[in-house]
Design a binder for this molecule. Structure first.
Ligand code: UD2
Length: 323
């Protein structure tokens, strides 16, 4: 499906991933409706989109079926990015996580089926794999999530597949691996890179949960957006695909890389207790996404970090030397 001139809904459009995706969809000529309840999302993320005549924003919640039925008329394709997004917060509030992620997604699927939406692309997560030792993670490996967040994303994937099987709705789940980049918030519940950037700007030492030998496959936002476009454009459905950089890094090495890039080698790494619900290693095998939708990440971590930091300094008028 070519996205130009298509009617597209982005849930979670004011969030980090949703807003980046919205901007790209508008750039390629889609008509975009953005939906967000603005709990986590920020309207400032849609500053550019709101100037575009092909964009409409609606404040509302994916748990509200009447709202969805209204919004979904005439929509061809949905990018479902709205979510309860934090692993540690899901450990504190498992019911809320389940309510937003599972009930909200089921609601969206039901509304999409009733309104004859053609395709839904779902933002899943590498957290569905849990702490199984085999690396890299392949889509057909056992899924044994260890956090309520991971469980909720796995349940949504299963619903995506069931709706594909039973109702013929085209669905596709993309398992994102630690996405980072512009518009990621610096809050206690955001990703480690955004948190560390905030601390670096304030000249604060970096906190590491555990011994720092855990690893993640940090993936730059532009590659994630690209994967979504390809998932929409290729005639493929009923699949689950990893979307990662395919190159893991330990937290210790990431900290060194970031301190070097920002010329802050004077800052220290402070080690503290591991975080409950954390997995140890996460590393994507992306061969299936390459084969099925032609996905090929363009950013390595250093390039992505540099781009992100430069964007941040410009946006917030921060004076930080980037090497
Ligand atoms: C990220 C995503 C989550 C999900 C998951 C998939 C975010 C906020 N969450 O969870 O949505 O897709 O990936 O695996 O992006 N850490 C520190 N110091 C800090 C903050 C974090 O050491 O100040 C550690 C943390 O304990 C973990 C690693 O950094 O080992 C990554 O943490 P995260 O919160 O950035 O992301 P993760 O993997 O929990």
């Amino acid at each position: 499906m070519k996205l130009k001139d298509k009617n597209v809904l982005v849930t979670g459009a004011a969030g980090f991933i949703g807003s980046n995706l919205t901007d790209k969809l508008l750039e390629i000529g889609a008509e975009v409706i953005g939906l967000d309840n603005l709990f986590n999302g920020r309207i400032e993320n849609l500053e550019e989109a709101l100037k575009n005549k092909n964009f409409q924003f609606h404040k509302g919640d994916i748990r509200d079926i009447n709202f969805l039925l209204d919004i979904l008329k005439d929509i061809d394709i949905v990018f479902h990015e709205a979510a309860f997004t934090s692993v540690p917060q899901s450990v504190k509030m498992p019911e809320s996580c389940n309510d937003v992620n599972v009930n909200g997604t089921l609601n969206l699927l039901n509304a999409a089926r009733k309104k004859d939406v053609e395709k839904i692309i779902f933002a899943s997560s590498s957290s569905v794999y849990g702490d199984t030792p085999t690396l890299p993670k392949k889509e057909d490996m056992p899924r044994l999530p260890i956090s309520p967040y991971g469980v909720s994303k796995l349940a949504c994937e299963a619903y995506m597949q069931a709706f594909h099987q039973v109702y013929g709705l085209k669905t596709l789940s993309l398992r994102y691996f630690n996405v980072f980049g512009p518009r990621q918030k610096d809050s206690p519940y955001s990703g480690v890179i955004a948190i560390w950037l905030g601390r670096i700007i304030n000249n604060e030492d970096l906190i590491i949960f555990g011994d720092g030998e855990q690893s993640r496959d940090f993936t730059y936002i532009k590659d994630v957006v690209q994967a979504n476009l390809m998932a929409a454009e290729y005639d493929v459905s009923g699949e689950i695909l990893n979307v990662g950089a395919g190159s893991p890094i330990t937290l210790n090495d990431l900290a060194k890389l970031i301190l070097n890039l920002t010329d802050k080698k004077n800052l220290k790494l402070i080690y503290t207790d591991p975080r409950p619900g954390d997995i140890l290693h996460s590393y994507a095998d992306i061969s299936k996404a390459k084969k099925i939708i032609g996905f090929q990440p363009e950013y390595d971590q250093e390039q992505g970090l540099r781009d992100y930091f430069i964007w941040y300094c410009k946006k917030y008028n921060v004076n930080l030397k980037i090497n």
